[in-house]
Design a binder for this molecule. Structure first.
Ligand code: SAM
Ligand code: SF4
Length: 472
């Protein structure tokens, strides 16, 4: 029997890339590849890249420099190693990668990775292969489903892509160019995926998309289903105890999504809702198509539907033309909403986007200073949110053995890692945990006896309750 070939994938960036990497593994399993944790013994190394900010893109070329040495070493030992670059840098800079990095055998964009077996064969016969078209066919129709062993090895929580691409064209963002136009997968395909995952032990599903709540897939009834309608259907699947979705756009929050939050206990009360800035002037320059007040109203609608809901967000500081006054409006918005956490980034000009041609650049020193001020505020909110759990009993979905012997780690509804001493039998179960302390970002506690078990709502309603945010 032929020995399996070894595949090492390194993924950068968003959840979509994590999902795509798994689907590449599933695709190449059919070609006799098995995953390996290290690069040294790999026959094929794939870098699944991110183009969202300059720093993320640069990593690719430095990683390729390191891989050249490993590939040369393998060749000296009579072993052939292939290197592929996938993801958004491949899409945006395919020709440039071929020119700058002779070590690369295959370049493949995010919509074409179902062609990886053919591209590897082409590289073997022709030296190198590049595919960065947006093919007419839908890659999902060609991707083989994951094998039961692979599902089990990936754990009890899984991503499922429901929507890809973006038609919003925020002026700073490369996604519409690298991932292409917005496309939603049909409902029946998503249900099939979730049924298969649930059959093999998955308990939590996170529906993902660049603009997940713009989902408008064809339903089994021939009508267009929204994300809220899809969530209602998925909540009926036995075995699925938690549902999440990411990343949402404030403009696409419709009544069905709000209803899903009031109707479905399985839908976790934690929403990532990026706003980017609190200044209407900057939001307009970003082409976000919403104001700060529109965003506040959306938050209010979620809070009215579910009292214990909490939010995270994304912010960009130093967008061209951002004044101190604009930045203060962002800080004011953060204070008013009160986040459980958030990501904040310095603006990074991306070639080909409209903002890259804007002139009024904010100085590097000002950007640094604003980023520190924003992160301090967000960190203080996140700490307060975490500290509020101490002494309360919260529901935790247990995921895996922790690094410390005897400990099992899981997550609360708000994705806070939570450690308890327990038997691995609890993996896959949602159990009440009495939280005793907080170590950095991790909660420590004990499984509560049923008499002690109280709902998580008590802890979080204190944090998030009727703090309505409409108006300035
Ligand atoms: N679709 C999501 C949305 O509309 O909010 C986010 C997609 S993007 C992958 C994730 C985050 O990266 C954005 O929310 C934004 O904060 C950040 N980002 C995107 N382009 C950026 C840029 N040019 N410079 C700095 N941050 C950027
Ligand atoms: Fe990028 Fe804006 Fe689309 Fe989000 S909505 S992916 S930030 S263009």
């Amino acid at each position: 029997m032929k020995a399996p070939r070894k595949l090492h994938i390194k993924s950068y960036g968003c959840q979509m890339n994590v999902y795509d990497a798994q689907r590449m593994v599933d695709t190449l399993a059919g070609e006799g590849f098995v995953e390996t944790a290290g690069v040294d013994d790999a026959d094929l190394v794939i870098l699944n890249t991110c183009h969202i900010r300059e720093k993320a893109s640069e990593k690719v070329y430095s990683e390729l420099g390191r891989l050249r040495l490993v590939k040369d070493d393998a060749a000296r030992n009579g072993r052939q190693m292939n290197i592929a670059v996938a993801g958004c840098v491949a899409q945006a800079e395919g020709q440039e990668i071929i020119r700058r990095a002779p070590v690369v055998d295959v370049v493949v964009g995010p919509q074409s990775y179902h062609h990886l077996p053919q591209l590897l064969a082409r590289a073997k016969s022709h030296g190198r292969a590049l595919e960065t078209e947006f093919p007419v066919e839908d890659k999902f129709g060609f991707l083989p489903p994951p094998k039961p062993d692979a599902i089990r090895a990936r754990g009890i929580s899984s991503f499922v892509t429901v929507q890809e691409g973006c038609d919003k064209f925020c002026t700073f963002c490369v996604v519409p160019y690298t991932r292409g136009a917005e496309v939603s997968r049909p409902v029946t395909k998503i249900i099939d995926d979730v049924l298969r995952l649930a059959d093999h032990g998955v308990r939590e599903i996170t529906l993902i998309g660049q603009n997940v709540n713009a989902y408008h897939g064809e339903g089994p009834d021939g009508r267009v289903w929204s994300l809220g309608t899809l969530l209602h259907r998925l909540a009926e699947i036995p075995g699925i105890v938690r549902l999440r979705y990411s990343t949402s756009h404030p403009r696409d929050v419709d009544a069905t999504l709000i209803e899903a939050h009031s109707d479905l206990p399985a839908l976790m009360p934690f929403v990532h809702l990026p706003v980017q800035s609190g200044s209407d002037r900057i939001l307009a320059a970003m082409n976000r198509k919403h104001t700060a007040d529109d965003y506040r109203r959306v938050i209010d609608r979620f809070r009215a539907a579910r009292q214990d809901i909490a939010f995270s967000s994304d912010f960009i500081v130093g967008f061209p033309g951002e004044t101190e006054e604009d930045f203060l409006a962002t800080l004011a918005l953060v204070r008013q909403i009160g986040y459980a956490g958030a990501y904040s980034f310095k603006y990074s000009p991306r070639p080909g986007t409209p903002a890259a041609d804007m002139r009024e650049m904010v100085s590097a020193a000002e950007m640094d200073e604003r980023l520190v001020r924003l992160q301090e505020l967000i960190d203080s909110q996140q700490s307060a949110f975490n500290v509020a759990v101490i002494g309360n009993t919260v529901d935790v979905l247990f995921e895996r053995a922790a690094r410390n012997p005897g400990q099992i780690v899981g997550r609360t509804a708000y994705l806070q890692p939570t450690h308890v001493m327990a038997s691995p039998d609890i993996i896959g179960q949602v159990l009440p945990v009495r939280v005793e302390s907080l170590e950095r970002y991790s909660l420590l506690g004990q499984i509560a006896r049923s008499a002690e078990a109280r709902s998580v709502k008590t802890a979080f309603s204190q944090m998030t309750s009727p703090q309505m945010t409409t108006g300035t």
